[in-house]
Design a protein around this ligand. Sequence first.
Ligand SMILES: *Cc1c(COP(=O)(O)O)cnc(C)c1O
Length: 392
Amino acid sequence: MSYRYDTLAIHAGQPDDEATGAVTFPIYQTSTFHQTEPGVNKGFCYARTDNPTRRALEENLAALEGARYGVAFASGMSAIHGTLSLLSAGDHVVSTQDLYGGAWRIFTKFFAKFGVEFTFVDTTDPAAVHAAIRPETKFLWLETPSNPLLKITDIAACAAIARHAGVRTVVDNTFATPLLQHPIALGADIVVHSTTKYINGHSDVLGGVVITDDESLAAELKFFQNAVGGVPGPQDCFLILRGTKTLPLRVQRHCDNAEEVAGWLRNQEGVARVFYPGLAEHDGHAVARRQMERFGAIVSFELDASVEETRAFTRRLKLWTLAESLGSVKSLFCHPATMTHASVEPEVRRKVGIGDGLLRLSVGLEDVRDLIDDLQQALEPFRTVSAGRAYA
Ligand SMILES: *Cc1c(COP(=O)(O)O)cnc(C)c1O
């Protein structure tokens, strides 16, 4: 019997505890497991290799992505590291251009020194993906919606091009969550998540996961997980599992609120542009409609303002919290040019369109009227007074 998302989120990987009947899957806070004779155990021998709470999380997340194998890591970056470890010196990766700053950093500053080459292209254009593939290309790395401009890549079209060339497709599905976008069904081989974000959802734990339906890839990832050891502890796995139970419910409300905020922002003076795939004028709207259930809850917008005016705007917001990260019950916002994407060189930032007046909102679960009221008071100085602008 195959269950639907709301049911899987609560049940997958988490049977009632056999030993005690505990209804909530326990935290197995142990580093090692008793062997009755050398080499004879109850399926677990050492917690870096496997731990029951971690296994429950891995099975839960794999089920939500419609795949068989999940491999959990201590952070999203550690999951990305694990995925890239499938490569060898001389391999080549074609990647989305405006990707998560930390992913860009580990590609160009860490794996590049081990002889892995990266080419960044605008993956919203499948022809550009096709043109960038070389004989030594092993991965097509996609992030959609992208960060922070919410560009939409057609996963099915790009994965088909990659498959034809013998290249594996990896999708960082952090922004969309397993609920809104199903990369494996669209032809991807590997899905990566920072579980720090929506999956955990409460801004209180770091985590990452790599998911695949390919048995040999899963075996290689498991080998890496055990060999390198960047694993999450059982308490963190428990917290993330607590998060997944309400993920379907939270994601729906996140989307409701984000749609309202995006629709409101685009009619405001001082706002030059709103980036949200749910808006009909967004370049990726048609593809997003096709490949996503809804449009997510990250909304970016460009203030018609200098860096100083943008900073003054951030100081006026009271309810929105200025912080890196996203996907929390609490509404967060950031200034990509000086925060999440500060590690990206200024020319690269400008080239991909991350301007000095760009702000990224992670719309939380507060009453959306309060969220909008706060934005409204912060935008007040931008309102036209007779001929000129109040802030002029
Ligand atoms: C946050 C994030 C990561 C990195 O995850 P951490 O848990 O912070 O290590 C990777 N990709 C995307 C899209 C992210 O938002």
